[in-house]
Ligand binder design. Structure first.
Ligand SMILES: [Zn+2]
Length: 478
């Protein structure tokens, strides 16, 4: 080394270290990971949970007042700091939707103003940037502070352990990898809080379906994780195209958000138990089924969920269907306070045999914005999946098209349905399905039988985790 050599590394700022950004011992006391959670918070008396929620709720509201988005949204509703004094005041806070977030981005491009941090804060604390699924335009960005991310990981670990994942399992993660949080988040919490190992294949776009099956077979996947339609697709490709019985693969557990799709057909196809949960990109894993499969236990130390009327946002009577409003009780970088998720659910009204004391939800019936008002009847397209799964002549894939038809300008819906095999009697299948749909949906819809895989381009089944099931052309036609 000569005297003229310059030390080019001398002026690099010291990056914030993840290991020093969180007091882990304190965090685990606040939000115990599994299995500790099941011996403590899971069985806490309801009034204690309520007290814990109130404390965390008031801290969350105080944090909300530091975020421009909430300042604007709350002041518009006449709210001032100090107005919210207890959990009982929660209904004074106006809910918000994705439309408000999109407006926030338009107001302050490209990031929006729903943050309490800026990207520049990454120099002070390690931040994670992921996005929503984003079906139109650019996806919505979401930033996570270290503690946000860690709490979400703890919740994800609780979810999988509750569903039956155990240390040593090989969990094949078939969620999208990349911008959206889903697959990345799952990998993080499998690694940190379950003792299992993630085999992160991603969706069919990252690892082709046949390769996914080859991996599951030779590396001995024990748990399959993803969206139900893709896991069904995996099973059908194995069986019909590769001559591999999915039941022979040794997968004992399937963890997926099922919606109203019946689990029997998927369990039968794979010879595995199907377990469900509810979570979102922004908020993390909010609830999951235990082995009794008797509703989804909400992790109420971290989340406050409400069921509200989609239009008035007033709470619906306990046990009735409403839009799920989400409040996260731990978030720092981007608080979530009364977010109207548009997911229709209902609280369970009875107890679960496992002894969990937190509120439970009955799963997701469908999306309020997916719901089609067809000649005066509310139709959840998701209910169509239930009918198809009960008919062996179909492979379960479908796509709904709604149009205004004829001089009378009558609303008509046609369900395009994939036939499982080319030998199926299409006329008979069409007739049977039209009859069944009339019984289940209480409204007459048309059926068109198409070839297997013909709907891939419409639904996005093999390329994304954000499956599309409907095209409503009525506005375009008006
Ligand atoms: Zn239970």
């Amino acid at each position: 080394m000569t005297s003229t050599a310059r030390n080019i590394f001398s002026d690099i700022p010291t990056p914030p270290l993840y290991s020093e950004s969180i007091d882990f011992a304190a965090l685990y006391k606040e939000f115990p990971p599994a299995p500790e959670y099941f011996h403590t918070v899971h069985k806490m008396p309801p009034q204690e949970i309520r007290a814990l929620q109130e404390k965390r709720f008031l801290a969350t509201v105080a944090r909300g007042w530091q975020v421009p988005f909430y300042q604007l949204h709350w002041r518009k509703a006449g709210l001032e700091p100090g107005d919210i004094r207890s959990l009982a005041d929660i209904e004074k806070i106006p809910p918000y939707t994705v439309h408000d977030l999109r407006e926030s981005i338009e107001r302050n491009p490209p990031w929006g103003d729903y943050w309490g941090v800026t990207l520049a804060d990454g120099a002070k604390m390690p931040l994670v940037l992921q996005t929503s699924g984003g079906t139109t335009g650019l996806p919505r960005p979401m930033i996570y502070a270290p503690r946000d991310r860690e709490v979400m990981s703890i919740m994800g670990g609780r979810r999988l352990i509750m569903q039956g994942v155990r240390p040593g399992d090989l969990v094949q993660v078939t969620m999208s990898l990349g911008l959206t949080n889903a697959g990345m988040m799952v990998r993080e919490y499998i690694w940190k809080y379950t003792g299992a190992i993630a085999l992160t294949t991603g969706s069919g776009a990252a690892t082709p379906t046949r390769r996914q099956i080859e991996l599951a077979q030779s590396w001995k996947t024990t748990v399959m994780l993803g969206i139900p339609s893709y896991i069904r697709h995996l099973g059908i490709v194995a069986r019909d195209e590769m001559n591999i019985d999915p039941r022979s693969l040794g997968v004992r557990l399937i963890c997926c958000g099922l919606g109203p799709e019946p689990r029997d057909a998927l369990e039968e196809l794979w010879g595995a138990k199907v377990m469900q949960q509810y979570g979102t990109n922004e908020s993390g894993m909010m609830s999951a089924e235990c082995p009794f499969q008797h509703g989804f236990h909400i992790f109420e130390d971290a989340y406050l969920l409400e069921m509200a009327d989609p239009e008035t946002h007033k709470p619906v009577p306990h046990g009735e269907k409403g839009n799920t409003l989400i409040t996260c009780l731990y978030k720092h970088a981007a608080p979530v306070i009364r977010f109207d998720s548009n997911d229709v659910s209902a609280f369970s009204t009875d107890a679960c045999p496992c002894g969990g004391t937190h509120k439970r939800m009955q799963g997701i019936f469908g999306r309020a914005d997916n719901m089609i008002r067809l000649r005066g009847i509310n139709v959840f397209p998701e209910a169509i999946a239930t009918v198809l799964a009960g008919d062996a002549r179909c492979n379960g894939e479908y796509f709904c098209v709604v149009d205004v038809v004829g001089e009378a300008r009558r609303d008509e819906m046609t369900v395009k349905v994939e036939a499982g095999k080319s030998t199926v009697d299409r006329a008979a299948l069409q007739q049977d399905l039209e009859r069944r749909f009339k019984e289940v949906l209480s409204v007459k819809v048309g059926v068109e039988i198409v070839d297997a895989k013909a709907l891939d381009k419409l639904t996005g089944l093999t390329s994304t985790s954000k499956i599309k099931r409907i095209a409503d052309n009525r506005n375009a036609a008006k």
